[in-house]
Design a protein around this ligand. Structure first.
Ligand code: 5GP
Ligand code: ZN
Length: 109
């Protein structure tokens, strides 16, 4: 989609550090990491939010999360999706944050 940062990353128009990629999904390092490990798992289709995801895409996202955990040898991590303004979603091309490498608090802030 025109003007979408993640679509540009997927097309290679904006550089990113890719940690995993398959036909449907890409996983990249976040440009502003909130933990020692901060990966974004992004479907290649421009899907705005978590409530717009179809079954095939959700399967590929969960597979990508598993593959990233294997590639980076993660034995503990948190997965986050921010949906909508109260949750501070800033990019309306759905993505899942994988955060690892430090202790996290619960409940989240
Ligand atoms: P949201 O707030 O929508 O859940 O998360 C958007 C995330 O995308 C943020 O963590 C932000 O740092 C990351 N981000 C924004 N622009 C870029 C970019 O150009 N490259 C990469 N790798 N990450 C980005
Ligand atoms: Zn997009």
């Amino acid at each position: 989609m025109n003007g979408c940062v993640f679509c540009k990353i997927i097309k290679g128009e904006i550089k990113s550090e890719i940690v995993f990629e398959d036909r449907d999904t890409i996983a990249i390092k976040d440009i502003n990491p909130q933990a020692p490990v901060h990966i974004l798992v992004i479907p290649k289709l421009h899907i705005p939010t978590i409530v717009d995801i179809d079954e095939k895409t959700s399967t590929s996202i969960f597979n990508a999360i598993k593959e990233v955990s294997k590639i980076l040898n993660l034995n503990s991590f948190r997965v986050v999706n921010n949906f909508g303004p109260d949750a501070l979603q800033t990019i309306y091309h759905v993505h899942f944050h994988i955060l690892a490498g430090r202790k996290f608090s619960w409940p989240p802030g």
